[in-house]
Design a protein around this ligand. Sequence first.
Ligand code: AMP
Length: 471
Amino acid sequence: MSFENLNLHPLILKAIIDSGYTSPTPVQEQAIPELLAGHDIMASAQTGTGKTAAFMLPALHRLATPSAVHSRGPRVLVLTPTRELALQVSEAAAKYGKHLSRVRVVSILGGMPYPLQNKLLSQPVDILVATPGRLIDHIQRGRIDFSRLEMLVLDEADRMLDMGFIDDVERIASATPATRQTLLFSATLDSAINNVAARLLKSPKRIQIATQQAKLDNIEQRLHYVDDISHKNRLLDHLLRDMALKQAIVFTATKRDADTLADNLSAQGHEAAALHGDMNQRDRTRTLTKLRGGGLRVLVATDVAARGIDVAGITHVINFDLPKFAEDYVHRIGRTGRAGASGIAVSFASGKDGINLKKIERFTGQRITSHEVPGLEPRFKPRVGAGGASRSTPSVAHKRSRTWSNDSPRHTSSANSANGNWDDSRSRSPGAGRGDTWGNTRGGARGNSGGNTRSNSFGNSGAASPYSRTK
Ligand code: AMP
C-alpha cells in the first residue's frame, strides 16, 4: 500500500513525501482508513511503530476543513503520559501539518509557569497536546473551551493508567463533546485498558500490531560498557574466542567500518568477512553462501545488508556500534535465535549511548543487563540504573543463565528514573529548559510548547525514518 491510496489531503501527502516516508507502517495502514471513516479505534502499538503519524495524519486531515463551530478551543486533543512524548507529538503535528495554513499546535505540560500557558490558551488552538494533570488545572479554571473538539487521542494509555492518570483522563474526556472521535493507543490491550476503552470509546475498531517482545524471548540480551575503540576491539576479540560462539554477525555503523573491522579480525586469525551495500551482488552472494555452509564464522555487516539473513547457526549477534533506531536493534538481534534456537545478543555502549539504549529498551519493553569481562572492565561506569545492574561474565565458558530482567522500562524502574527522561507530567524539574521552542520554525504549522523542553528527550525527533532508509 502507498500513502496515495489513503486519500489524505494533498498538502498532508506533500509533508509525508518531504519526511521521506515511502509507505505507511502497519499501524498507519490499518488505522488511517478507519479514522478517516470516522470510527473510534483502540490500537496496540508502541513507540517506534509510526503510531504518532497514524493519528496525526487523520487529525490534520480533519483540520484541513474549517470547523462548523465558532470557538477558539482545540479541535484535536492529544493526552500523553510524559512531557517528552507530548513534545514529540507536537513536533510531529508541526512536521506533518507544515503545508496546511494556520494549524496552531499548543503543548500544555506540567512544570511550566501558568502565565505563559494562560496566554497560549487565550489564543485560538487547533491541536492541544497535554499531560493530564496540568490540563485538569486549566479546565478547572475555565480556561479551555472544548465546544469544537472533534478528536480525542489517548496516547500510551497503558502508561497513563500505570502512572495513576486515568481518573484525570476520564474527567477530561467527560468535559469534551460526546460526538467526538476517540482513539486509544497502548502497548498492550489488556483488561484494564479494555475497561477504560469501554467507558470512553464507541464501538471501537481494534487494531493489533504484533509486539516485538514475543520475538525476542529466546534471545539473551547483554550490554558491555566500553571506553573507546581499542577497548571495543579487545572485548570483541575476547567474545569471538568463546567456544560457545558458533557463528556471529557483528554490526558496525558504516560500510567502511565493516570492511576495516573484517580485515582486522581476519588479521587476528578469525574467519571473518564483511557484508554491506557497496559490495557487488556476486560477492555478497558468495559471502552469504559461505556463512550458510559454515565456512565463515564471523560476518561483519551493516543494518541493511543483514536484513533478512536467516542462518540457523548464528549463535551471537554483536552490536559493535549501537543502531540509531530501536527498530534496527530488533532486526539485528533477530538474526540469532532462529528456528526456535536460543541466541545471545551483545551490545557495546559508551557513555554517549545512554539515550539510544533507553529508546531500545523502551521499544522492546525489556531491560538489557550490563556485563563485565574480568580483566576488560570499563573505566567508565554508568550511573546506577542505566542498563541495569552490572554482572561479571565468566571468561570464555560463560553460563547461559537468563540474566536480563523482564521489568518493562516503561514502569518507573531505576533505568528510567536515573535519567529523568521519563518524568511524569506532574514532576517538577527545576533544571529543565523552558520555552516555546517546538514547531515554530517549521513552516505553516506553529507549535507552542508551554512545557519543559529537553534536548535529550527520547524521541526520534528530526531523525531519518527507520522505514525508508537505504544504506
Ligand atoms: P513513532 O512510533 O510515532 O514514535 O514513530 C517512530 C519513527 O518512525 C519516527 O521517527 C517517525 O518519523 C517515523 N515514521 C513514522 N511513519 C513512518 C513511515 N510511514 N515511514 C517511515 N518512517 C516513519
